[in-house]
Design a protein around this ligand. Sequence first.
Ligand code: SF4
Length: 553
Amino acid sequence: MIKIEPEFEINFDILFIGAGIASISAAYYLKQLINQYNQENKNKLNNITIGIFEKSKAVGDHILSGAVLEPKILDEFIPAWENSNIPVKIKVSQDNMYFLNSKGQIPFPVIPPGMNNHGNYIISLSELLKWLSNECEKMGVEIYTSEPIKDLIYSKEGKVIGVKTGEKSLDKEAKKKANFSPGAEIGIKILAAGEGSYGFITKKLINKYNLNQNRESQSYVTGIKELWEITPENFSKGEVIHTFGYPLDFKTFGGGFFYHFKDNLAALGLAIGLNYENPKLNLQEELQKFKTHPLINKILSKAKLIEYGAKTISEGGYYSIGKLSGEGFILIGEGAGLLNSQKLKGIHLAIKSGILAAETIFEALKLNDFSLDQLSKYDQKIKESWIFKELHAVRNFHQGFQKGLIPGMIHTGLQMFTGGRGLINKFKTQEDYRHLKKISEYSSKNKEFTPDGKITFDRLTEIYFSGVKHEEDQPCHLKIKDLNICINRCHEEFGNPCTLFCPAKVYEFENKEGLIINPSNCLHCKTCEIKDPYNIIEWTPPEGGGGPNYKNM
Ligand code: SF4
């Protein structure tokens, strides 16, 4: 922690961390509120500076999502969106849900209301973000890319009063290179953290201010996604497929998706609950098996892989959401835990939290009051909005699957008739890494899988399709607290599961050398930080601009 007096060369009234959908929506809405106020009032809110700091090279480069969007939020956010050129054009034309076994599928006769996609749109979130960020910049929002935020600056009283951006040009040993540039210290009135799942700064804020006291642990899934160009005869624009079952066993939570998007592009993927038990589970390999299922395999005949990527998704929901504001800051979007686990959707909630954050900040600016009392109104707004109503109705969905697929299905059915309650009103949850079994405790054998190089691939082939790139000569951004644990205890007890669950093969184990880390392959998904059984890995932001380079994910 850095403590200095509030004197900064660079200052922003409002600073957002992460150019994700929550931050961009909040900045967009806030600018509109300010512009409208200034048109209608003599006492103007002049020279309000709004900055967004993003670690990727360009907005959207690190963004990956399914994605099916509920347009009701756009009606609230951009009322004339249907007549604009916003990239939300592909309406869901068919909505199918199947239970898969290894050879065939059983269609769900009725899709549960919460999972129905009728009236929704298939989008590319990175494309939507690029559009919205352009609109923000036209209104004067300043967006800085390749600028990760590495630390917070506090006042003597413990209030967040600034941030520190990352240093540039340190070598592997953290020594300064010739073109070294130190990070900048930036003063702020309000900080809004919109970093997405398991955010680096969000974690610091949650821990320092004990925001999650008496809340259930957050739960996560890792979503692994691919984008394919499929042949016109196999393409069915707007069709959505969701699956349960194969390739996941009955104990592992998760499901697959296949969305026919636009221009013969199809998005497919598998989301796997990180509370799984199997120490030998290879998440990327599970996605490969999913593609071998006849339902998917036949669509991919003669198709071409375009992109690959992964991210974690915060699924804990209602009972995991802690306090969302503190001294000088607010938390927005998925980083705040705002995600509907039953729908596996968070974009509409992130936008709504952005709108409510903008309203709170706007009030604070008008009153020139940036106190905790003022910022706490954001918590109240979230609780009174449809966000909490929606999350309360699915409060036990993810947790209902803790004992496996069949009990989970039964719970889901019961929850439909009990307003989301099911058999137990509040499931106790523990951190995902605590669910992993030791090799000696886990009996099922994993069958060896060999990719065919046409539809299925190994991890090293796939990461090429993520466009991932990092400066090689920089300190490793994956910090392991005690390598001895990896080499001795973990190797013996769990078989180094990081070498399998990491979707980018960042970790490898060699008998002679021990654990080898290839940080340049990292997709910034955070799976390792969440699932490592000893909880000793910390993901930190690498030098600005490094990471995947998603185009349409
Ligand atoms: Fe994800 Fe960790 Fe692998 Fe990076 S090293 S891709 S954060 S699991």
